[in-house]
Ligand binder design. Structure first.
Ligand SMILES: Cc1cc2nc3c(=O)[nH]c(=O)nc-3n(C[C@H](O)[C@H](O)[C@H](O)COP(=O)(O)OP(=O)(O)OC[C@H]3O[C@@H](n4cnc5c(N)ncnc54)[C@H](O)[C@@H]3O)c2cc1C
Length: 519
């Protein structure tokens, strides 16, 4: 059979109906539009603390964004950090005393050893710190955790200053539009709806900062008349500024592989008893694992699929473990948006053996999507045209990465544990010879999902860049008194998880404001 390259992006046949319709917002079950007027608590995420690499930020600077090179942003990463790892804390790359607690998880689970031994055998370099100046290899991720539990941006940055007189947080406030001075371009404040009932307006003495994330920030700007005429006129919004809002959407797609380890680390266990024991360990002993473990392994590998000599990776491998006899795979695969056929297949494997889900991400995707308005009603979700895999290079990168990941099956570490690849039922690929490149292309097209790293939709750039929405001080162009400070300003998505970079953007933005108003 000749495999035909399709212009389609991802075929959502094996995902749930909701995921198909709304590929991003459905899967984590978050109702995106609800939040705070000031920056909300942010997303409940996997807590991995990864910064990306020097090339990412130096590229931002090369585009004409002064002050955003690696050496400059490093200081802002360190500014928020309270690194609890003694070995790293006061070295060149880390610091202590910031609001954001960063630490390692306990990684005593034997499966981590199986993975790191396999990585070793494959010739990957062990990295002592995934946030330093060596970028290709494997190592332990740090997490944004404090005393064994989540250290969210809300906990780190808001709760610590909640009693300040000049901070007022309004909960259950849904911002609908930015409000302007008359018909002009000077921003006055924001319009919002409180508790789904009361229409209100907050006025700004100096300026308004939008931090609604890469989906809702462009939505909010477009609802306020900031966007291309072709994007806002069809839903009846008149234009105030002609900017490329909502374009340049980038994300890290993820493709899972499921490995069954038939020589299990344990037999079928009594899960209820185990939970009680875990609760005992957490409350009475040390607030540590296993209760605080979310089964996402701290082992991460950054790999270049084209050349092992390249100092920068093009893919990232992450691992999640489902213990034999458990049911956590059901929660995870459903949350990833897969239909019951896939969910039950993985669960069957979990009942029979320990299962490790390896997730592979394309770090520097060529594909671009966009956020569009579906309506001028702020309560209507925007359309997320994810654009996943619309550039064939991304698909080829994933297939190369699958080849590398599956080589682990030949390592002694995997063999000793009788590892095998769990083959998922994908009728759409059944006429393609298993384990050929064509097969994996088909697999990728049907099982690709997201790592939830949307970025880039209000791109930062100089005036010479027609796609730029904010300048290098994060001010929205063509209007006054408005800034965007969140993941949407990234001109190119970074080579790693996006939370730490977004917090760095927050630190950077805070300094711009202090400088501009001499605070
Ligand atoms: C399931 C999941 C797991 C992840 N795991 C990791 C990880 O392990 N490590 C990592 O580095 N990154 C991870 N990420 C990505 C990371 O969380 C995001 O990159 C980061 O949160 C982006 O920050 P942001 O400020 O741009 O947007 P958000 O965190 O989405 O914050 C936007 C805020 O604005 C509020 N808001 C939106 N619209 C309105 C409105 N109209 N009115 C009022 N408020 C509004 C929202 O409620 C939200 O609180 C994960 C994401 C998800 C979804």
């Amino acid at each position: 059979m000749v495999y035909e390259l399709q212009r389609t992006t991802v075929d959502w046949e094996y995902h749930t109906e909701r995921t198909r319709r709304h590929s991003l917002s459905s899967v984590n079950g978050v109702s995106w539009p609800r939040g705070l007027v000031l920056r909300g608590s942010g997303t409940i995420n996997g807590m991995k603390y990864i910064r990306g690499n020097r090339r990412d930020y130096d590229r931002w600077k090369l585009l004409g964004n002064d002050g955003w090179g690696w050496d400059e942003v490093l200081e802002y990463f360190k500014k928020s950090e309270d690194n609890k790892v003694k070995r790293l804390a006061n070295g060149k790359w880390h610091s202590t005393g910031g609001y954001l607690s960063v630490d390692y998880y306990d990684d005593s689970d034997p499966m981590n050893r199986v993975l790191t031994d396999a990585a070793d055998e494959m010739g990957f370099q062990e990295l002592a710190d995934l946030n330093s100046d060596e970028y290709v290899g494997y190592g332990r991720s740090q997490f944004t955790i404090a005393n064994g539990t989540r250290c969210s941006p809300a906990k780190a940055f808001l709760s610590t200053i909640q009693h300040r007189k000049n901070l007022h947080v309004i909960k259950h406030a849904f911002v609908t539009t930015v409000s302007f001075e008359g018909n002009g371009t000077a921003v006055r404040g924001v319009n919002f709806i409180l508790r789904n009932r009361f229409s209100m307006r907050a006025l700004a003495r100096k300026e308004v900062i939008i931090s609604a994330g890469a989906v809702n920030t462009p939505k909010l700007l477009m609802l306020s008349g900031i966007g291309r005429r072709s994007a806002i006129a069809p839903v009846g919004i008149s234009q105030r500024a002609d900017l490329d809002v909502g374009e340049n959407l980038q994300d890290h797609v993820a493709i899972p592989l499921f490995f069954k380890f038939n020589r299990s680390s344990r037999g079928i266990v009594n899960l209820t008893l185990e939970k009680i024991l875990n609760l005992f360990i957490f409350t009475l002993k040390n607030r540590q694992q296993p209760l605080t473990n979310h089964y996402v392994s701290s082992v991460i590998a950054f790999v270049n699929t084209v050349s092992s000599d390249d100092p920068f990776p093009d893919v990232q491998f992450e691992y999640t473990q489902f213990k034999k006899g458990g049911s956590s795979s059901i929660i995870v695969t459903r949350a990833m948006g897969y239909n019951e056929q896939i969910v039950q297949s993985v669960h069957k494997a979990e009942l029979e053996a320990d299962v490790v889900m390896a997730r592979i991400h394309v770090l520097n995707p060529e594909s671009r999507g966009k956020i569009r308005l579906a309506s001028n009603d702020p309560y209507v979700d925007p359309i997320i045209d994810s654009g996943y895999l619309n550039d064939y290079e991304d698909l080829k990168t994933l297939v190369r990465a699958i080849r590398i990941q599956t080589q682990m099956l030949s390592t002694d570490s995997f063999r000793r544990n009788e590892a095998e690849l769990h083959r998922l039922p994908i009728p759409a690929c059944r006429f393609i010879l298993y384990d050929t490149d064509e097969y994996w292309e088909c697999y990728v097209r049907h099982l690709t999902t997201t790592l939830y790293h949307p970025s880039g939709t209000t791109k930062m750039g100089p005036d010479s860049d027609p796609g730029a929405v904010v300048d290098s001080r994060l001010k929205v162009k063509q209007v006054e008194n408005l800034r965007v400070i969140d993941a949407s300003i990234m001109p190119f998505i970074v080579s790693g998880n996006t939370n730490a970079p977004t917090i760095m953007i927050g630190e950077r933005g805070a300094d711009f404001i202090k400088q501009d108003y001499e605070l």
